[in-house]
Ligand binder design. Structure first.
Ligand code: SF4
Length: 893
């Protein structure tokens, strides 16, 4: 029996870079839900899953699936769609040259998909304009590691974060963005107590601080000053490893001199970074005292106009102490996406060749061309993400293929991206989702296989290659991305180069390229999986997670690299890189005095195309919001839960206010997830500054000058509907899928006579029972079809007077007394089973804030464990433990 015929199939989570293993029950036929659990044999998670991973099996149903190819909104055959793709591609190249075409991919693609995309573009189409949303995620780490190590290599592994005596987390809300790794660290920290110091460096107090011994609320953009200060401090106290520096590195003196310029003393560092000197001193002392130190970072470092320098400032400190690639002692970059690392291995970025070969290294271009027998091999890097969409806007790129990503939402200055794509003569989108903001502007839509239907490999943050296995055949007419691109390659006339019939054939070629002329005598590359180049189909099916390099067939991979002090630069030594202070182009001024930081929430992934399909993932944060400090709120007459316009020179959003001291005064936070599909005005990419880092070309999504003002609607509404409806045309509209219905939060600037019902054509045929209190501006409508409740609309001039959402949603539970229900609803009372849960805290067991607070008070609960014992909250994935602890503290206080 093959692996995919078994009753349970081992596969990998589709979301973050932790790369957790999943055991999925093989679904019967077209099952709408697949049972999943954590794979106890997978080294990344050892059986754990977070809220997103646990709900993955609830996102495989067919809602909003793209089933068949479409051209200009009409269903066509695959043959017609691909004929159109190829003819538009060829005619664009003929008329305007290969530089006029581009492909924009995704860290969600499997390595095999990525490999074919890169080969097609760089070797056969003849354009290096292939970039990916990974550019927005970790390009600064790639650039920083290459500058320091001569290669894009993560030297350590997850175990190092557990072994460290001093763990420094910089710009990483690991509790929400890499939750399972965070749970692993939490367990070790609990066991080791004070023997393990955890330092969190972040402008905001996030849930990651739940395990911190020290929190440094740094001013955005000053990370390099802080780490330059650490370098100076280590040198001045003789904590550096002089022998290591002498034997294995270059550039130390110059970097130290530069560090002394920016960060001569703790006092100056503290002032520049907005920190207490004692706290800075404590951080430096702990790092110095503990040979086992790990510095882990994520988007807070990478997404910056000085992201590459920040990475090098961190790496300089590890080089100075020789703490690279040793157990519990290493720098460690946390990648955001499930296969950002796999993309880097196959050259998925515009400035890379495949298999860690480089444009700027003699013979590498020719080496790849020879291996691929490529007729149109590119010789120089192409356009990176922001440059690529700028070129589309200018009309220089006239054909773009967007694969498995949603740049109209995720790119900075996103309105401009939307306009550019709308004006582009040929936009092809391949995706498994039908309605996305990007699909809306596509000429050709190609249905791609989804997570449960894909087959291939991914690489996680610790270089571990895992199989993502197909659980069932692709739905509708959807096809794997590699198969779509291979067919295009064949139709372009390259039958042999794109003859792939299965992912293992692609994997073998990818592995063979990694080993191609990668041996003693030539300049070696560390990415080497040649031991897998002859892997059989059966062995590929059974491949267990393995960390590259895998140089020989019998190799079991390597957990750590670079520990021997041998690097991949011309000299074989690592480079110290001199790092100066960030000089931001766009800084706050009178018009835009606040700094906007964007990022992720706990239960959503990217632009919500998948996570919003699982009702339980929509409850923790159900509307787009802005977090702001009470002082900034008070000075603008903004109160908690009111609506706020966040504007920059690029655009604006309207979101719900969340007033919190976790945010520093002068700084605000808005999540990146909400798109035009789920909110009328919450797409924060339209506000974000499009400035990029000069080395990595990664956009700065953490530093946009903005202003806030209260948006005061004349009318508020809640619409609940049994089936989804188009977002009503009003200033504020957000949709939230719950277990029983679809809820829409509405607000309008003017108090229109007909209220929101005028925007609901879906219910024009329904009979309406209405309560209209004109004096108080309250209106309640029930929409019935054949005696069944299909929708409810509640309107008021006052947001607070709108009744409990959870109670209202329960009205859609079947088998209710309709007469009683109608009376209850029209009189403004919640339906059966009501009882306001409040904000959801535990997504795994659906436990709300009110239930937890009430249990704490009634039962005198004093610990997270006792809450878990009574309500189960926090006992599965553990992502909500910090919030339960905060509730315990607030009730206690
Ligand atoms: Fe998936 Fe969560 Fe694991 Fe990330 S931490 S891979 S989202 S289960």
């Amino acid at each position: 029996m093959s692996v995919t015929e078994a009753a349970e199939i081992r596969t990998t989570c589709a979301y973050c870079g932790v790369g957790c293993g999943i055991v999925a029950e093989k679904p019967a036929g077209d099952a709408e839900v697949i049972a999943v659990s954590g794979d106890s044999l997978h080294p990344a998670n050892l059986g754990r899953l977070c809220s997103k991973g646990s709900a993955l099996g609830e996102t495989v149903h067919h809602e909003n699936r793209l089933f068949y190819p479409m051209v200009n909104g009409n269903r066509v055959t695959w043959d017609a769609a691909l004929t159109d793709v190829v003819s538009r591609l060829q005619s664009t190249i003929e008329q305007y040259g290969p530089q006029s075409v581009a492909l924009y991919g995704s860290g969600q693609l499997l390595t095999e998909d990525y490999y074919v995309a890169n080969k097609l573009m760089k070797g056969f189409v003849g354009s290096a304009n292939i970039d990916t949303n990974s550019r927005l995620c970790m390009a600064s780490t790639v650039a920083g590691q290459k500058r320091a190590f001569g290669t894009d290599t993560v030297p350590g592994c997850y175990e190092d974060l557990e072994l460290a005596d001093c763990l420094v987390l910089v710009g990483s809300n690991m509790a929400w963005c890499h939750p399972v790794l965070f749970q692993r660290i939490r367990a070790v920290k609990q066991a080791r107590g004070d023997q393990m110091k955890v330092i969190v460096i972040d402008p905001r107090r996030t849930d990651t601080c739940d395990i911190a011994d020290l929190f440094l609320p740094i001013q955005p953009g000053t990370d390099s000053v802080l780490f330059n200060g650490l370098l100076v401090w280590l040198v001045d106290r003789n904590v550096v490893d002089e022998a290591y520096i002498k034997r294995h590195t270059t550039g130390f003196d110059r970097s130290l001199a530069q560090a002394r310029m920016t960060s001569p003393s703790v006092a100056i560092v503290a002032t520049k970074c907005g920190l207490e000197p004692d706290a800075v001193e404590a951080f430096y002392r702990w790092f110095a005292e503990n040979g086992r130190s790990v510095t882990a970072w994520s988007q807070g470092v990478n997404q910056s106009s000085a992201g590459t320098d920040k990475v090098n400032a961190i790496l300089n400190c590890h080089l100075a102490t020789g703490r690279i690639g040793k157990p519990g002692s290493t720098p460690f970059s946390l990648t955001g996406q499930p296969n950002a690392m796999g993309g880097r291995e196959v050259g998925g970025l515009a400035n890379q060749l495949a298999a860690h070969l480089e444009f700027n290294r003699t013979d590498d271009v020719e080496r790849v061309a020879r291996f691929w027998q490529a007729p149109n091999m590119v010789a120089a890097p192409g356009l990176t993400a922001v440059e690529m969409f700028d070129a589309v806007a200018r009309g220089d790129i006239r054909f773009i293929w967007i694969m498995g990503t949603n740049p109209v939402v995720s790119m900075p200055d996103a309105d401009r991206v939307k306009q550019a794509l709308s004006d582009c003569p040929a936009v092809v989108v391949s995706d498994c989702i039908k309605n996305t903001d990007t699909a809306d502007v596509a000429d050709i839509l190609l249905p791609a296989a989804g997570w449960s239907e894909k087959d291939g490999t991914v690489t996680n943050s610790e270089r571990r290659i895992s199989r993502q296995r197909r659980l069932r055949t692709p739905v509708g007419e959807s096809r794997p991305d590699w198969a779509i691109m291979s067919e295009v390659g064949r139709r372009l006339g390259y039958s042999e180069a794109f003859s792939f019939q299965s992912p293992v054939e692609i994997f073998r070629e990818h592995a063979a390229l990694s080993a191609f002329e990668n041996c003693a005598g030539l300049r070696p590359r560390d990415f080497h999986i040649g031991g897998l180049k002859d892997i059989s189909g059966d062995a590929y099916d059974r491949l267990v997670p393995i960390q590259w390099p895998v140089r020989a067939t019998e190799s079991v991979g390597e957990a750590r690299l670079l520990g021997d002090g041998q690097f991949y630069t011309e000299t074989g030594r690592a480079n110290f890189v001199s790092v100066s202070e960030l000089k931001a182009d766009n800084v706050p001024d009178q018009r835009y005095p606040l700094v906007l930081n964007t990022g992720r929430v706990r239960d959503h992934w990217h632009t919500m195309t998948r996570t919003a399909l699982a009702p339980r993932l929509n409850q923790h944060r159900d509307e787009p919001f802005v977090e702001l400090h009470p002082d900034d709120a008070a000075s603008r007459e903004i109160i908690d839960q009111s609506l706020v316009v966040v504007s920059s020179q690029w655009g604006q959003v309207i979101v719900r206010a969340k007033v919190t001291t976790h945010q520093q005064s002068g700084h605000v936070f808005v999540p990146m997830h909400w798109s035009g599909q789920f909110s009328r005005s919450g797409r924060v990419g339209s506000v974000v500054n499009p400035v990029v880092d000069p080395f990595s070309r990664q956009p700065d999504s953490k530093y946009t000058p903005v202003e806030l003002r209260r948006f005061v609607p004349e009318r508020y509404g809640i619409l609940l509907s049994r089936s989804p409806v188009a977002l009503p045309e009003t200033e504020y509209a957000v949709s939230v899928k719950s277990a029983a219905c679809y809820r829409y939060e509405l607000a309008a600037a003017d108090d229109r006579k007909d209220g929101f019902s005028a925007f609901l054509p879906e219910f024009s045929a329904a009979s309406v029972i209405e309560y209209d209190d004109v004096t108080n501006g309250v209106k309640r409508c029930l929409y019935l079809q054949d005696g069944d409740l299909v929708a409810m609309l509640f309107e008021s001039q006052n947001y607070e007077s709108l009744i409990d959402r959870a109670g209202l949603e329960s009205a859609f539970i079947d088998d209710q007394d309709m007469a009683l229900l109608q009376w209850q609803l029209l009189s403004g009372q919640p339906g059966k089973g009501a009882g306001c849960q409040g904000r959801q805290i535990c997504a795994c067991f659906g436990v709300g804030e009110n239930a937890i607070v009430s249990a704490i008070l009634k039962e005198n609960l004093e610990s997270v464990e006792s809450v878990g014992k009574l309500l189960k909250a926090g006992t599965n994935c553990g992502s909500c433990i910090p919030e339960i602890r905060q509730l315990l503290a607030s009730v206690d206080g």
